[in-house]
Write a protein that binds this ligand. Structure first.
Ligand SMILES: [Fe+2]
Length: 285
């Protein structure tokens, strides 16, 4: 069993790094951290970075999760290899690019690039964005899957992941008390489907909704409230067609032994308690 401790970062290729950084800073409300030949590191909390943009193909996405110690990383490499999965051990230069002490990379059954990282760098200074969106940190992703049931099995059988709820065929899975850390959405291509940042209050979601409307940023869903996680949300369009989400009030599952995952019906209506309808292809079933 591979034990995940935390979500770490997402790395996104983009043909326009400066444009993506400008959007992430001025619209999303992330802080531009270090910038070097390997990319630009964006901060959302106390860590060195939780999102990195690099010059590359816009479909080149990697999601990183943290393991607790070196023995756990080495055991993970062995377990994945025993499943017949190609495991790449990060070189010193690659570790420096990711700002981690060590990592391995592998592809999940849908072909999503996943880093398991050891000791990702923290930052000497607190997060201080140019725009105050009320962000408290990077929290979860939507992950594209060519077969959500198969990928749910992969994550729940080989990792300390469990299902919190299902929305149609989408499994909402987690490794800690947060309702979900990964949402597996049916998709023809691998990749990150959306990136969530938690914000402090309902007021922050609504302030951002007005702000985004004023800046003529395309709203893809919301404001609304998910019946699954109870989070109040707004989703909007970012560079390279990526969807970014703010949410607040995500349900914490403090007693997972006694919490039964619920099946919500397929279809876009099940995504919102208030009746908001998503303009997001993967949220239709
Ligand atoms: Fe989300």
């Amino acid at each position: 069993m591979i034990e995940i401790k935390d979500m770490s970062y997402v790395r996104l290729g983009t043909p326009d790094v400066d444009g993506a950084v400008k959007f992430a800073s001025e619209i999303v409300g992330l802080e531009e951290g270090e910038r070097d030949a390997s990319g630009v590191y964006m901060r959302s909390d106390h860590r060195h970075h939780t999102l990195a943009y690099f010059d590359g193909d816009a479909s080149d996405h990697t999601t990183a999760m943290e393991v607790s110690d070196r023995a756990g990383l080495e055991a993970a490499a062995k377990e994945l290899a025993a499943l017949g999965i190609d495991v790449h051990k990060g070189s010193d230069a690659e570790c420096e690019t990711r700002r981690v002490k060590a990592f391995i990379n592998f592809g999940d059954p849908s072909g999503n690039s996943i880093d398991l990282v050891l000791r990702p760098y923290h930052h000497r200074a607190r997060y201080f964005p140019a725009r105050d969106a009320g962000i408290t940190g990077f929290s979860h992703i939507g992950l594209r899957s060519s077969d959500p049931a198969r990928d749910e099995d992969f994550w729940t059988k080989n990792f300390n992941m469990r299902v919190s709820d299902w929305l149609g065929s989408c499994g909402l899975i987690t490794f800690d008390q947060v309702h979900h850390r990964i949402a597996l959405f049916p998709s023809e291509n691998p990749g990150v489907q959306h990136i969530n940042h938690q914000v402090e209050t309902f007021d922050d979601v609504m302030r951002s909704w007005y702000f985004l409307c004023d800046k003529q940023i395309k709203i893809r869903f919301g404001p609304g409230r998910h019946p699954t996680s109870t989070a109040i949300f707004v989703y909007f369009e970012g560079p390279d067609d990526m969807t970014y989400e703010y949410s607040t009030g995500v349900r914490m599952i403090t007693d997972p032994e006694n919490d039964r995952p619920r099946q919500f019906p397929p279809g876009p209506e099940a995504f919102c308690m208030w009746g908001a309808m998503p303009d997001i292809p993967e949220f239709q079933d």
